[in-house]
Ligand binder design. Structure first.
Ligand code: SF4
Length: 463
């Protein structure tokens, strides 16, 4: 078994039986479900809306090269700079160069999974640049030395009491501080950072090819604050973030908001089509703007025809909340930035397929993830495609292969199955299933006689 798979199983074991963790997740997801039910009511025909969104994303992915070129052309025309990064190292080097040439020693960051993916904050810290997360959830995770738990709500695993305890230990706030007091304290603290920062780093929810625009959607206003004050704005965006035209936002923004948080529309939606042109302090738009278009394994995924559909993902997080596996093991167990069903599909392609293929097996294949996806990604089928890919590419453990071949041979041979002694067969089956069943469950006991013997006995008894 690969190292990552062993770690994953260990984490799952711990998290699944952590009662406090289960209570926090259950509570937060039940609140999410109630909001989403309300948010979805805005659609007259939700099915048609999702089909349309899926088709637009499909068209974009099938012609990604030309949409990327249009974005570059239009964004450059608007005065911005596009940087192509084939991996995290390229992107980090580019960020380092931009910050150095602008003498930046403080960066404000808004929530972005892409920057998590390439570990921007550790890189900046290692290079003597302070980086402050400004999204409240990310900020909590940062000050507690934790990792984001969920792609939309990074601190979802923590209760209000646990957050109050973190603020008490870090900043001396009362241990029973209320959420309002904590947010107010954070707002005041971050305000200084917004004013002092030499640059801001954000992700992008969408990139519009037609206009060369970066679209940011958020609820706290920290993204707007960042881009309004920092003289330099660096956007790190995956190449799959493209949508063809500005009018497509009419569909994607409500879909993302309703499935992401149950809102009709996210509170702040910014469309930034280039720098403001003032290289000094900004007048509500940065003087210099860079978009780093990141590949980092995405073209590997694009190469796999069925699985490439996963690049349509708009990161709403709905599939995570719907997944019975995620709800039990939580976001950290996946050992990757992208967790839940979407993470299980894309992580093996973005990282090392052999090391992370086990994630595609962590699913009951119930299909709930595909059902809730606003861009109709058939996630549970893609998990099966990944499993198939794993087997075909000899990523399966040798012992597992041998066992499957032996099992198949035995199952196709009636005489062998019926041959006594049954006790030996029972011993082997119990040995194998007993281990896989886990230490907290007892494997179903095998009958003491074979099926054919039991069947014959039953027939005789009926005569
Ligand atoms: S795969 Fe679909 S449901 Fe899951 S995060 Fe992406 S868009 Fe949302």
């Amino acid at each position: 078994m690969e190292k990552e798979a062993i770690k994953f199983l260990k984490e799952c074991e711990t998290k699944s039986f952590d009662r406090k963790h289960r209570i926090n997740i259950k509570y937060n997801i039940s609140r999410y479900n109630a909001s989403v039910a309300r948010g979805l009511q805005q659609f007259k025909d939700l099915y048609q809306a999702t089909v349309k969104a899926a088709l637009i994303k499909h068209k974009t992915l099938e012609n990604l090269d030309s949409y990327l070129m249009s974005f570059e052309k239009n964004f450059t025309k608007n005065g911005g700079t596009v940087i192509w990064a084939s991996d995290g190292k390229d992107a980090l080097t580019a960020i380092g160069k931009i910050l150095n040439s602008n003498n930046v020693n403080l960066v404000v960051k808004s929530k972005s999974m892409t920057t998590e993916e390439i570990s921007v904050v550790p890189y900046l810290e290692a290079n003597g640049i302070e980086a402050i997360e400004t999204d409240l959830g990310e900020y909590i995770v940062q000050i507690s030395g934790d990792k984001p738990y969920h792609i939309v709500t990074p601190a979802m695993h923590l209760s209000a009491e646990e957050i109050a305890k973190i603020y008490h230990e870090k900043f001396g706030l009362a241990p029973d501080s209320k959420p309002g007091e904590i947010t107010s304290f954070t707002r005041t603290k971050l305000r200084k950072n917004f004013l002092q920062a030499g640059a801001c780093i954000t992700g992008a929810n969408f990139l519009v090819a037609e206009t060369g625009s970066v679209v940011l959607t958020e609820n706290e206003g920290n993204g707007v604050m960042s881009i309004s004050w920092a003289p330099v704005h660096i956007v790190v965006a995956g190449i799959e973030k493209l949508i063809p035209g500005i009018e497509d936002l009419n569909l994607f923004l409500p879909l993302l908001a309703s499935r992401g948080t149950g809102q009709n529309l996210t509170t702040y939606n910014s469309i930034i089509s280039g720098p403001g042109g003032d290289s000094q302090a900004s007048d509500f738009s940065p003087g210099n703007m860079y978009v780093i278009l990141l590949d980092n394994g995405r073209t590997n995924l694009l190469r796999n025809i069925p699985q490439r559909r996963a690049l349509s993902c708009i990161r709403c997080g709905a599939c995570l909340n719907a997944c019975p596996v995620y709800r039990n093991i939580g976001g950290h167990s996946y050992g990757a930035v992208y967790s839940g069903p979407i993470g299980a599909v894309i992580t093996p392609h973005l990282k090392n397929f052999k090391e992370y293929k086990h994630l595609s097996y962590a699913s009951s294949l119930c299909g709930k993830c595909s059902e809730v996806c606003p861009v109709r990604i058939n996630l549970h089928r893609l998990l099966l495609h990944n499993r198939n890919y794993a087997v075909k590419n000899y990523c399966t453990a040798r012992l597992e292969k041998i066992l499957i071949i032996a099992w198949k041979k035995a199952m196709l041979n009636r005489k062998f199955i019926d041959k006594p002694p049954h006790s030996i067969k029972k011993f082997f089956v119990n040995k194998i299933t007993g281990k896989m069943w886990g230490k907290r469950r007892i494997a179903p006991a095998m009958e003491s006689e074979s099926f054919s013997v039991l069947w014959k006995k039953r027939k005789l008894s009926k005569k």
